[in-house]
Design a protein around this ligand. Structure first.
Ligand code: NAP
Length: 275
């Protein structure tokens, strides 16, 4: 077990910090005694202590002193001040993990005077229910030990893959923004069924479960989605009729362009272009 005996410290106990803390505790990846969270909000910390039975600090430095894995789960604009605070006390036995969107590894490394491993992760919102899709990139001092640590942390809230840092914008365009594309699809599929007479609640349940089931089929069988599609498309049948409309309306090309546009926007935002 890569996390055995290691202490994990989460700086920022907001939505993502809570998701990671919950995943780590509920999956049994680490005992509660090995997890600490720091946040500026005393109320937030009290809630995390009471709900998860973990220890908390209102200061970041005691956490950065104790933790083997220090996760930066604060908003991107708070990363620099937090690193100014903790950078000087970090040492190479630790792994610093940043989930801040658009903050390059080099910015974090710049704040640390020693060769401390840094890993940048791009998670997504389904981490909140343990079904996240996360990709990580290793910094210049990070190696297999750090990759194993990060995989152990993020596997507790979903699936994790390694990529080059330059590909994290494409990850943002796919799995970062992707839940919103799928919500739109779930809504539209349900709208189609409502148009044809199904009650709204029934339509939404069937639509969401269909998306979930199809996604699980891809992951569980390891088969190419085109093969799975062909298997359920009877010649002259209902699915063929539906697929023809999707092809005619350019749904495939629209999704490809959506991922490209979101990736390009992520690249712009990383370079500080706000509009
Ligand atoms: N949410 C997502 O789906 C998602 C997906 C991918 C990446 N991310 C990244 O994850 C990071 C966290 O996002 P989030 O949605 O969890 O944000 P969030 O809910 O705002 O959580 C951040 C927490 O950090 C606290 N904080 C602020 N300043 C601090 C400081 N100096 N030291 C310690 N804690 C401090 C905040 O307190 P206050 O609220 O009182 O300021 C808040 O509780 C972001 O960088 C984001 O880019 C999020």
């Amino acid at each position: 077990m890569p996390l055995t005996g290691l202490k994990v410290g989460l700086i920022g106990g907001g939505a993502m910090g809570e998701a990671l803390a919950t995943g780590l505790v509920k999956s049994g990846a680490i005992p509660q005694t090995d997890l600490v969270v720091s946040d500026v909000s005393a109320e937030r910390l009290r809630w995390l202590e009471e709900t998860l039975g973990i220890r908390t600090f209102q200061e970041n430095r005691p956490l950065a002193n104790k933790a083997d894995i220090v996760v930066l789960a604060v908003k991107p604009d708070v990363v620099a001040p937090v690193m100014e605070e903790i950078g000087p006390i970090l040492h190479p036995g630790q792994t610093v993990v940043s989930i801040a969107a658009g903050v390059p590894i080099s910015i974090i490394e710049k704040h640390i005077p020693r060769p401390v491993p840094v890993v940048r992760v791009m998670p997504n919102t389904p981490c909140l229910i343990g079904e996240g899709a996360s990709a990580y990139a290793l910094g210049s001092h990070a190696g297999s030990r750090d990759a194993a640590r990060v995989e152990a942390v993020f596997t507790s809230v979903g699936r994790t893959v390694a990529v080059e840092e330059s590909l994290l914008d494409a990850v943002t365009g796919l799995s970062g923004s992707g839940p919103a594309y799928v919500y739109m699809m779930v809504e539209a599929l349900a709208d189609g069924a409502v148009k044809m007479g199904l009650p709204r609640e029934t339509a939404l349940l069937l639509s969401a479960q269909t998306v979930l089931g199809a996604a699980k089929m891809v992951l569980a069988t390891g088969k190419h989605p085109a093969e799975l599609k062909d298997r359920v498309t009877t010649p002259g049948g209902t699915t063929a009729a539906g697929l023809f409309v999707l092809e005619q309306r350019g749904v495939r090309a629209a999704l490809i362009e959506a991922v490209s546009a979101a990736t390009e926007r992520s690249q712009e935002l990383s370079k500080g272009k706000k509009t």
